[in-house]
Design a protein around this ligand. Structure first.
Ligand code: FAD
Length: 318
């Protein structure tokens, strides 16, 4: 079986991959299928499926009290990955995160994936809980992506958490990790962030997928710094077409990415979201062309709330 990493390394022509989210709890998988139906013509090299931690919500209860409720709004990463693989035959890359999961829960998810024949994963620390100011690792969970990598490397050697197993199989997981052209929000500086990125690559990550960015010069500078730091694996750029005018202020807050003033001005002068989506498609198409002109082979698209825009960009590129 060719791994996602091998496919990226062996690319000869421009290629396409995209990320989607599992449906909100209570919704059916049909929305996921609609996204894939809209994008499968561009022959995705693989499809990523995100993973989400549980969240705590407080609801008013009788007697002026509050009821604490823990809920996972988007479960189903493993099942969605399996259903896409079997329905479409497209390679899948489910995300495995530390945040909100114990090491045991992570091991069970990896065992399920192994049984399903899914061996490509993206290993991440995961977002903090929405109510928390700072990230807190789960009790008995991995704190950083590098610890999760260690857990996967152990499974690949047949070392499970349960050390009473007499005959444990060796899993064949292959994995990529995340990188941040504009620095991870918590890193004291970009060099420090690259120090940890290099640790992840040295520990076996075969490629890096970047956080979304809107200024290609930030990506090119990041790749240059990575190469100087000895990070030689493919660095796949992550692109997101803006589809709503308020994303001009929302995306920098959530993803800590700058929006160049030319683009910001164009979005500010839009009369409505329809115009903003058109401007968003033009900007992402310009970014995509520039990346391909500069030797990038694989473009990775974030589809959340942007499937039709990603399709419009892809129609012009592929
Ligand atoms: P890490 O590599 O663990 O780094 C986190 C921070 O700690 C960085 O500042 C780093 O410099 C520093 N650091 C790393 N190791 C150490 C160490 N040992 N000691 C001290 N400092 C350290 N989130 C989700 O919840 N679900 C998803 O599905 C998801 N998918 C994503 C996909 C992509 C392509 C990207 C770019 C991000 C995604 N995220 C997702 C968001 C991601 O989980 C967050 O950005 C998270 O805050 C960091 O994850 P990481 O794997 O980069 O963390």
């Amino acid at each position: 079986m060719t791994t996602a990493a091998q496919s990226i390394r062996e690319l000869k022509a421009p290629a396409f991959s995209f990320e989607l989210l599992p449906p909100l709890k209570g919704n059916s998988i049909s929305r996921v299928y609609r996204t894939i139906d809209a994008l499968k013509d561009f022959k995705p090299l693989f499809v990523n499926i995100t993973s989400h931690r549980d969240e705590v919500v407080f609801r008013s209860a009788d007697g002026g009290l509050y009821e604490r409720k823990v809920t996972r709004k988007r479960p189903g990463t493993v099942a969605v990955a399996a259903s896409i693989k079997h329905r479409y035959g497209i390679p899948v890359v489910p995300h495995i995160i530390c945040s909100g999961f114990t090491r045991s829960e992570t091991e069970y998810a990896l065992i399920d994936l192994n049984f399903l024949g899914i061996h490509d994963v993206l290993l991440l620390r995961g977002d903090k809980a929405q109510r928390d100011r700072f990230y807190e690792p789960a009790e008995a969970g991995n704190a950083y992506a590098i610890e999760l990598i260690e857990q996967v490397n152990n499974l690949n050697k047949g070392v499970f958490l349960d050390d009473t197993l007499a005959e444990a199989f060796e899993t064949p997981f292959s994995f990529g990790v995340a990188g941040y052209p504009e620095k991870h929000e918590e890193a004291p500086n970009l060099d420090s962030d690259l120090f940890w990125l290099k640790k992840k690559v040295d520990a076996g990550a075969e490629y890096v997928v970047t956080q979304m960015f809107f200024d290609n010069s930030k990506y090119f500078a990041f790749v240059e710094k990575c190469r100087a730091a000895g990070i030689t694996v493919p660095i796949v750029p992550g692109l997101k077409p803006i589809t709503l005018q308020n994303q001009l202020t929302v995306l920098p807050k959530i993803f800590h990415t700058d929006i160049p003033e030319d683009f910001a001005r164009a979005l500010r002068t839009c009369k409505n979201d329809e115009e903003a989506a058109r401007v968003g498609v033009e900007w992402t198409t310009m970014q995509a062309r520039d990346l391909l002109d500069n030797g990038v082979k694989l473009l990775h698209f974030y589809t959340m709330m942007a499937t039709q825009s990603v399709r419009k960009v892809a129609e012009q590129i592929y």
